[in-house]
Design a protein around this ligand. Structure first.
Ligand SMILES: Nc1ncnc2c1ncn2[C@@H]1O[C@H](COP(=O)(O)OP(=O)(O)OP(=O)(O)O)[C@@H](O)[C@H]1O
Ligand SMILES: [Mg+2]
Length: 332
């Protein structure tokens, strides 16, 4: 195990940010820590990266206790997110050259390494510009160039546009392919699903579920393919046509003439098959859609309540809050 956490606790005044959290990450694996605002994700990352000390429990990185050997832990980890080590007035190239010098590479080797990293992280054109002129996505890429053996990414794609987000996923995958062990926090189920081999779901400072993305999605019911039938008289024929495609019997809403097929993790495949079978049965449909489980669904099904921010912001959906956060952090 590269990361081992046992009974971890941390309070800030009266707020219990972590209330006994356990998880571990084997070498070369990616753990996704999924949870809403205020769940305790950043607190866990800050403890593991030695920025704050736990009140109770134990946390080890590469076998090193973070409270007892913080300096040694710092040498093996990388952290990006809320605490970055980029010097804004230096250019991308200079930042990387300086990092090379910190690793005790000589001048020529540092410069060579800087050029290679800029190329690899798709920053070659921006290498001569001051880091403070970089976009959020560029800064995060620059931040990832340290290729440490253990990496903590605190919401690496929050506030990025969809294209940068996919670009970031590519870079993360490359780091993991190179052997990096990764703990990634996210509010997005699709991101955890995309990158993580296993997921812990954290809510109010506690792990409320864990497993592979597949196991979690199974637990919350998985994908649903949904459609309505234009001619109500054909509803029976429609149900029969799709009866064998999903898991269990399709759900039927007689009033709305709607049918739901529970597709587990095979949403797109079932969607295509449903279109084909309905077509073959000459059933005309409207509003055919694939619904994938969202973070809201995860929390709904695991806790019986919607994902709510700890700092009772009083309002609406987790989706609205994610949008707000996107705007808030739009700069980086
Ligand atoms: N330095 C601090 N002082 C006081 N309270 C804190 C501090 N840091 C965190 N908290 C509180 O601890 C709880 C957990 O916060 P944390 O930042 O770990 O959540 P998070 O899961 O990272 O949330 P987000 O998704 O918003 O980043 C929250 O209630 C937060 O307000
Ligand atoms: Mg956080």
């Amino acid at each position: 195990m590269i990361i081992e956490v046992e009974g971890l606790r941390k309070s800030f005044g009266k707020v219990e940010a972590l209330r006994g959290v356990d998880f571990s990450v084997p070498e070369g694996h990616v753990l996704g820590m999924l949870g809403p605002n205020g769940a305790g994700k950043t607190t866990a990352v800050r403890i593991l990266t030695t920025l704050i000390e736990p009140d109770g429990g134990r946390a080890k990185v590469c076998g090193l206790d973070v409270a007892r050997h913080p300096a040694a832990v710092r040498r093996v980890i990388g952290l990006t997110g809320q605490a970055t080590a980029i010097a804004p007035d230096l250019t991308g190239f200079e930042n990387l050259e300086m990092a090379g010098r910190l690793y005790h590479l000589g001048k020529a080797a540092s410069r060579q390494r800087a050029r290679e990293l800029l190329q690899r992280f798709d920053l070659a054109d921006a290498g001569g510009r001051q880091a403070k002129t970089y976009s959020g996505g560029m800064l995060r890429r620059l931040d990832l160039t340290g290729h440490p053996s253990v990496l903590f990414l605190d919401e690496p794609t929050t506030g990025l546009d969809p294209r940068s987000r996919v670009g970031m996923w590519g870079i993360i995958r490359e780091l993991v392919a190179g052997g990096t062990t990764l703990l990634l926090t996210t509010q997005y189920l699709d991101e955890a699903d995309e990158l993580a081999g296993s997921i812990v779901v954290i809510d109010h400072g506690q792990v409320i579920a864990e497993g592979t993305p597949e196991q979690l999605k199974d637990r919350i019911g998985g994908d649903v393919v949904e459609f309505s039938v234009t001619d109500r008289a054909r509803l029976g024929a429609a149900v029969e046509a799709v009866a064998s495609l999903g898991e269990g019997n399709p759900g039927v809403d007689l009033d709305a003439a709607r049918v739901q097929v529970h597709a587990g993790g095979r949403g797109s495949q079932v969607l295509v098959e449903a279109v084909r079978c309905l077509d073959a049965a000459a059933v005309v449909t409207a509003g055919m859609a694939l619904r994938r489980p969202s973070l809201d669904d995860v929390f709904m099904s695991l806790t019986g309540h919607a994902a709510e921010a700890a700092a009772a912001s009083g309002d609406g959906t987790a989706k609205a809050r994610r949008r707000d956060r996107g705007r808030e952090r739009g700069g980086m």
